[in-house]
Design a protein around this ligand. Structure first.
Ligand SMILES: *Cc1c(COP(=O)(O)O)cnc(C)c1O
Length: 359
């Protein structure tokens, strides 16, 4: 029996995807070998890779003048790779600081550029997105970086900011959770292990005209143009992760695409936030209501002594990986695409029952 897995990442994958991978594990489509054992230059893997890209392009309606790159190194490498590629003669970056991940992007970018923090909610412990009309943007930034969904603090933008410079967004924990207007962005990136597939793969979607001029000393492997002109196969790509991500793209299409995902994700998060709100203070989420994440729901228990009991009893009930990030503590339920309404209902039932027993 499978548990309800609320892990923030690596996260739950759709069972149908795992079953298909299992079916094809020893012998993909009767070829007598697994995808892991194929040459990345062979016709079979090329067809897997191209189909995955095509399905992703369809899901997100990616315009033709954007490159889709299948890379490695996680979102964390992008914190450096983006300035290396997108600074292009400029020295300054604008960045919005809304949680731990944008903080990490900020620290890394400072190695390459002057970073202008246009707004930060750090002083209040990252509970909101600072009002757009208070942002202090610069005239000469190469781009504006922000984190649409802060996975640890559970803070999510409910709009796409406007800026004269290209927008760069870390969508690691929310890509494919709803339809997205890709043309609003210069670059979108995401580590796969939250909402896309297994770890080891990083997606970058970048406007073609922004690439091709890297900082001196940039490794060949970190030049987007090199990746783009080699179909993300300048060296051996993470073939199995790419294949599994492709199965996830197909699965999302079968579910009705991103509009269907969005509806479901909204309903899942609504049910969980409603449970927290109606608990009379027993459970608590600190984020201002308009910026509560649909993907990652952190919460605490009024009597913090009960939190370890909660986590232990939840696990015994088949609800796993509910501990908050080590930096903030408490609990966190991640509700990515592969986490069904049934999992959320099981969690909500458990929370009601737990409060009744302990409250
Ligand atoms: C998980 C996460 C990261 C880090 O991803 P890695 O792939 O582990 O480097 C960065 N940003 C956000 C928003 C994340 O959720």
């Amino acid at each position: 029996m499978r548990v309800h897995n609320f892990c923030a990442g690596p996260a739950a994958l759709p069972q149908a995807v795992l079953s298909e991978a299992q079916h094809d594990l020893l012998s993909w489509k009767g070829r007598g070998l697994s995808v892991m054992e194929m040459s990345h230059r062979g016709a079979d893997f090329i067809s897997i890779a191209e189909q995955a890209e095509q399905d992703l392009r369809e899901l997100l309606d990616v315009p033709a003048h954007y490159k889709v790159l299948f890379l490695q190194g996680g979102a964390s490498l992008q914190f450096a790779q983006i300035p290396m590629n997108l600074l292009r003669q400029r020295r300054k970056i604008d960045l919005v600081h809304t949680g731990m991940w944008s903080g990490k992007a900020l620290q890394e970018a400072r190695k390459y550029a002057e970073v202008n923090v246009v707004a930060s909610d750090e002083a209040h412990g990252f509970r909101t997105v600072p009002a757009f009309d208070t942002w202090r943007v610069s005239e000469d930034a190469a781009y504006l970086h922000y984190t649409p969904n802060e996975t640890i603090h559970g803070v999510e933008f409910n709009y796409i900011p406007e800026h004269t410079a290209p927008l760069v967004a870390d969508f690691s924990s929310s890509l494919l959770s709803e339809p997205l207007q890709v043309s609003r962005f210069g670059l979108i990136y995401a580590g796969a292990q939250k909402n896309i597939g297994p770890a080891g793969l990083t997606l970058v979607i970048v406007r073609e005209d922004l690439i091709g001029e890297v900082l001196p000393g940039t490794p060949t492997m970190l030049d987007y143009k090199v990746a783009a002109s080699h179909g993300s196969m300048y060296n051996t790509p993470p073939t199995y992760s790419w294949y599994l991500a492709g199965l996830v793209f197909k699965w999302i299409k079968h579910q009705g695409g991103l509009a269907a995902m969005a509806q479901l994700n909204l309903e899942k998060s609504r049910r969980l936030y409603a449970t927290i709100e109606k608990s009379g203070g027993f459970y608590h989420n600190p984020v201002s209501p308009s910026y509560r994440s649909r993907m990652n729901v952190p919460f605490t228990i009024q009597d913090t002594q009960l939190e370890s009991v909660f986590l232990r009893d939840a696990e015994a009930a088949g609800l796993v990986n509910l501990a908050g990030h080590r930096s903030v503590g408490g609990m966190r339920a991640s509700l990515y695409n592969a986490v069904g309404l049934d999992a959320v209902d099981a969690l909500v039932d458990f929370m009601h029952d737990f409060q009744k027993r302990m409250g």
